[in-house]
Design a protein. Structure first.
Lengths: 250, 321
């Protein structure tokens, strides 16, 4: 089976900084792939290269069999690859419903206004924002804005959803709710590629995890394998033997 | 559907009254007042497509009006075209010019775009002032006999008046049509956050170029009609920077982003301006008033008159678009 997303040998340089260096991985249908790594590891840059916000210096990105390396973000959405932003970007002076309608109108199916509004209402129901549909996006709480990001991306009816830290800044109840939403998304047949710092959540959600550190892929595998990988532990904690030492001390 | 919008019918009634009342009263000075109001509404409405809908401040919007005047007058006088086809051709030519120009300068954002539009205005003005076929700095004149073809000067003046009123109604209907369309939704997304709009799938490059070009069409047609009516055009009256700035004041005063607001601001400001210009004590004072007005609006009512109305009566949002 060909993977849905195939990233091979991607590099991105900003001046003297090699933000992403020769990273390759793939993602299958109906899979949740986690992307973790210390701050500044290049996770968001990798997302930006995948969805076309940045053009990679090297390497190729293939999505659903098509080469999207040179595509712009709006073209990528029509092919079925939608994303959310780590720093939320609501369309402030528009209502929540209008925000999501934009996602549906210019998404994969390029819907007309009326059907787009219908899709938007469905999606809002799904993420639990239906009651706020007529509110202006500006007045949502941070948790609401994160859900709005997800709703807008979902309204595009994507095959693959890139989620950039949708749990950051949420309280435990909100996190539980959002995890439910992500599971529900996957169960509806959409693949998910997500960056997350909330370890417990990403460990329980992901089928596989890719670890980035200083722009390079450090490890890839199932969550429990990755968590035991000495290189990963070193990247996060600075000492590969720290786990052993902690055990001994206990 | 646009026909189901109350504002659509309001626009038609408003335009019909504006056309009928001076004609019925056979009041020429009222007609001359109202034609200026109509021009102000046309300029403010089309500027609104850029500033209010797309979030791109165009300081050089008047360039479309002036160029339209030149192309129209050139075709009507030198090439002996009829007024209506000449005006439409002016609209098409200027729109195409804007489309090409837009592809270039719309890569700029925020203040840089605004600066570029001033550059465009100055560049076009000095080009025209040195362009031989358009009479350099002396400009073009309409030979009086040209009006004979339209059934005499008196008839021609009324005809251009009705045409300008028609263009005014079209400007407002165009604003309304775009506002309630999918295209408009994409523009609003660009206004709110262009980066987010791209990621949501809006082809911002194309959308911006199209709206820039569309916002040029009716002002160019109006320019052709108006300068034909006036009988002459030269670079300093065609590309008056002050009028460009006043267009922004009109828009802010009425309420940017709304169909009625742009028209209301245009109409009110033009009334105020002509009062100030003709009053012996206050003449040449209108720019001071314009500046003060702009400051007050920006500071205390950023949504303009219509924004203020929305705050007082939230339900008005559904009717007064």
């Amino acid at each position: 089976m060909t993977p849905l997303l195939e990233v091979s040998g991607v590099s991105k340089r900003f001046g003297g900084l090699l933000a992403v260096s020769d990273v390759s991985f793939s993602l299958g249908e109906r899979e949740i792939l986690g992307l973790i790594g210390p701050n500044g590891a290049g996770k968001t840059t990798l997302f930006n290269v995948v969805n076309g916000v940045y053009k990679g210096d090297k390497g190729t990105v293939k999505f659903a069999g098509e080469d999207i390396t040179k595509c712009s973000p709006n073209q990528v959405v029509h092919l079925g690859l939608a994303r959310t932003h780590q720093i939320v970007k609501p369309l402030q002076d528009m209502t929540v419903l209008e925000n999501v309608t934009v996602g549906a109108c210019f998404g994969r199916e390029y819907l007309a206004l009326k059907p787009a509004r219908k899709v938007a209402l469905e999606v809002l129901e799904r993420v639990g924002l239906a009651k706020s549909a007529e509110m202006s996006a500006r007045s949502l709480t941070i948790a609401g804005k994160k859900r709005l990001e997800v709703a807008r991306a979902l309204a595009a009816r994507p095959k693959l959803l890139l989620l950039d830290e949708v749990l950051a800044g949420l309280n435990p109840t909100e996190i539980t709710h959002m995890i439910g939403i992500v599971r529900d998304i996957r169960d509806s047949g959409i693949s998910v590629f997500m960056i997350e710092h909330v370890m417990q959540a990403i460990m329980s959600l992901s089928d596989r995890i890719v670890v980035l550190s200083f722009g390079q892929k450090l490890a890839e595998g199932r969550p429990e394998e990755v968590a035991r990988d000495p290189q990963v532990i070193e990247a996060y904690l600075g000492d590969p033997d720290i786990a052993e030492k902690l055990k001994e001390n206990n | 559907m646009i026909l189901r919008r109350p504002v659509f019918w309001l626009i038609l009634i408003f335009a019909a009254l504006m056309a009928f009342i001076p004609f019925h009263a056979n009041d020429v000075s009222m007609r001359e007042d109202l034609i200026l109001v109509a021009i102000a509404v046309i300029l403010a409405s089309n500027l609104n497509l850029m500033i209010g809908y797309t979030g791109y401040v165009n300081f050089g919007h008047i360039v479309f009006y002036g160029l339209g005047g030149y192309v129209g007058l050139y075709l009507a006088t030198v090439r002996n075209w009829n007024l209506v086809p000449a005006s439409l051709a002016a609209g098409v030519v200027v729109s195409l010019f804007a489309l090409m120009l837009g592809m270039g300068i719309l890569r700029l954002r925020g203040a840089y775009f605004a600066l570029a539009t001033i550059g465009v205005l100055l560049a076009v003005q000095s080009f025209v002032a040195n362009f031989d076929p358009w009479g350099r700095s002396t400009g073009l004149y309409v030979d009086f006999s040209a009006y004979e073809r339209l059934g005499g000067a008196r008839h021609a003046l009324w005809m251009t008046y009705f045409l300008v009123i028609g263009v005014m109604a079209l400007s407002m209907i165009l604003s309304l049509g775009i506002k309630i369309s999918k295209f408009g939704l994409g523009l609003f997304a660009i206004r709110e956050d262009e980066d987010a709009a791209v990621v949501l799938g809006v082809n911002t490059t194309v959308f911006k170029a199209i709206i820039y070009s569309v916002s040029a069409f009716l002002p160019a047609v109006a320019g052709a009609l108006m300068f034909y009516k006036n009988g002459m055009i030269d670079p300093s009256i065609a590309f008056e920077f002050m009028l460009s700035l006043e267009g922004i004041v009109m828009l802010m005063l009425g309420g940017k982003g709304t169909v009625v607001g742009a028209a209301l601001g245009g109409g009110l400001y033009e009334k105020l301006r002509s009062y100030l210009l003709t009053s012996p004590k206050l003449s040449n004072f209108q720019l001071v008033i314009a500046g003060g007005l702009l400051l007050l609006v920006v500071l205390f009512a950023p949504g303009g008159l219509i924004g203020w109305l929305y705050r007082l009566v939230p339900r008005a949002r559904k009717v007064i678009e």
